[in-house]
Ligand binder design. Sequence first.
Ligand code: SF4
Ligand code: SF4
Length: 116
Amino acid sequence: MTTITAANDVRIAARSRATAKGSLTRSRAIRDRCRECAGDSYRDVTECDVTACPLWRFRLGREVRVAPGSRYTRAKAIRLHCVECMGGQAYLVPQCVSPLCALFGFRNWGTVHDRR
Ligand code: SF4
Ligand code: SF4
């Protein structure tokens, strides 16, 4: 669930414009999601130690490989995160009712924009 505060109103508006233009990338969506998760603090995103989170390796805008040969895509990371967000029920992800969430447009394997 995305918390709406005065601090992130501007970012949400900018993201909505980017979504409308088709210029929102998965990378930026993940960064936004992490920033919101971390209480609007880039520092806390950088220092996040929840390595089990599917977004963790992409939270800095580039991929952090946790083990050789363990790469996966941002699309998969978002999907896994959304499934977790929905309590492990994958069939509920398409029914998400949080359009202000940074990942909303990519929750179904990125059917809105096919960008990494
Ligand atoms: S990696 Fe996961 S737990 Fe860490 S800031 Fe991002 S969304 Fe939150
Ligand atoms: S888009 Fe994904 S992470 Fe965001 S609220 Fe919906 S299910 Fe959760």
